[in-house]
Design a binder for this molecule. Structure first.
Ligand code: ZN
Ligand code: ZN
Length: 439
């Protein structure tokens, strides 16, 4: 059996860029000596992270890549924000991601002027967060608010009779009114009552918090200084960790993670992965990523069967429409593959959570390059590039949720269909605990 290193380069995979006469991966492909070697020794494919035609958010895409049914689990951004910020969530808690925002009253509505309140930070955001906490403390429901970074925060509601299946207050646009939360249509009648109750609480919290923030001295001061007031708290992405099986239960793997940003730490934590003890920072030079790769290899020898290693910068360059910069970064990243090439008994999965277009500055639905390496099957691909993999990739094109089952098989950990050695029929090799007794 092999251990597995899953390297995710966020948003890797792009579309044709005129200036580069190809995608960033294609533009730089002849300079990636280590990666090209792995490609020649491995097998490639493309994946639709969720489904064809759906450009996914990073959180939904990651869960899908980890093999979870994202339509079944209502695990929203709020959960990842909470876990990533170091909070522990109970099964009966629902969490919403929040933004401090700037709104303006107009005809009995609140028009969003800035979804991030001028990226408010430091003392200002601390004072306003204290005011929010003070306001919700006296409510009869168990509600908590925690500020995380800049304008971001988490709001949790505890209790069994609430549901995260509600729409966002945040309209995700500026110049339009804030939305009033509604139950989602897809849910059962029973859950609808819980969702209605949740909406009622959210409205109550939102209204009273608005009254407090609107006239808070910190906001008065910000206005005098020509800054945008943070006069509203918008909630979105409600979710819960209820019924989400851990990575260990699902795949039989003792999993660890290393990621630079809170969201990805939160995603990993939500499925029970444990953090590696390494320094993590966004590093254009690729040095920190190489250091983390080396530590991941040590951790795989000592404590874990699986490590998720997340690299964020590539997606940032696509969002800011800098394909050339992205190509340079990918070139710098080639050094992380060097220590891997010497490894035995290791399966490496290299892919991205979705494609990102550096022409449009957003996630797109195009399929994402995928490589499996580790003394296993090979195909005729020679570079890790979208077009070549589409032509010659031995895996073909698959949905993201099959990445893990294929990895288990290539790592000699998959159970053959039809074998029944455990009552729960897991996808990985597992024996039951009831042994035959002779007396
Ligand atoms: Zn992403
Ligand atoms: Zn992104």
């Amino acid at each position: 059996m092999k251990n597995i290193l899953f390297i995710c380069i966020d948003g890797v995979g792009d579309e044709y860029i005129n200036d580069l006469m190809g995608t960033p991966l294609e533009y730089i492909s002849s300079d990636l000596d280590n990666l090209n070697k792995m490609v020649r020794e491995g097998i490639c494919g493309l994946h639709w992270p969720v489904k064809p035609g759906i450009p996914p958010s990073s959180d939904k895409a990651h869960l899908s890549l980890f093999g979870y049914d994202i339509e079944k689990h209502s695990i929203g951004r709020g959960v990842f924000e909470a876990l990533g910020a170091g909070l522990d969530l109970e099964e009966d808690e629902i969490a919403f991601r929040t933004n401090f925002a700037t709104v303006e009253e107009k005809n009995n509505n609140l028009i969003v002027r800035d979804r991030r309140a001028g990226r408010i930070k430091n003392k200002d955001v601390k004072q306003l967060s204290d005011a929010v906490r003070k306001e919700i403390k006296n409510m009869k429901e168990k509600i908590e608010f925690k500020h995380t970074v800049e304008h971001r925060g988490v709001l949790t509601i505890k209790g069994n009779s609430f549901s995260p299946e509600v729409t966002d207050i945040d309209p995700h646009q500026v110049g339009v009114p804030l939305l009033s939360p509604q139950p989602l249509e897809r849910i059962s009648k029973e859950e609808k009552e819980e969702a209605e109750k949740t909406c009622k609480v959210l409205k109550k919290v939102f209204k009273s918090v608005y009254q407090v923030l609107k006239q808070h001295p910190t906001n008065e001061k910000r206005k005098e200084e020509g800054k945008k007031p943070a006069n509203a708290l918008m909630a979105r992405g409600g979710g819960t960790i209820k019924n989400l099986p851990s990575f260990k239960e699902k795949w039989g793997l003792k999993a660890g993670y290393t990621a630079e940003a809170a969201l990805y730490k939160g995603i990993a934590k939500s499925v029970g992965m444990k953090p590696l003890n390494v320094k993590e920072k966004l590093d254009f030079s690729g040095k920190n990523e190489k250091e983390r790769t080396k530590k991941a290899l040590i951790a795989l020898k000592d404590d874990f069967d699986f490590i998720f290693l997340h690299i964020k910068l590539s997606d940032n360059f696509s969002h800011s429409k800098k394909p050339k910069k992205n190509a340079e970064f990918l070139k710098n990243l080639d050094k992380i593959f060097e220590p891997l090439l010497k490894e035995e008994d290791l399966l490496v999965i290299l892919t991205g959570d979705h494609s990102s277009s550096s022409k449009r500055g957003r996630h797109i639905s195009l399929p994402v390059p995928l490589l499996y390496w580790g003394d296993g099957p090979r195909d005729r691909c020679e570079t890790f590039t979208e077009g070549e993999i589409a032509d010659k990739g031995g895996i073909g094109i698959i949905r993201g949720k099959y990445i893990m089952p294929i990895a288990l098989d290539l790592a000699d950990r998959a159970e053959e269909l039809g074998i029944r050695t455990h009552p729960s029929l897991p996808l990985y090799k597992k024996l039951g605990k009831e042994y035959f007794e002779i007396h």
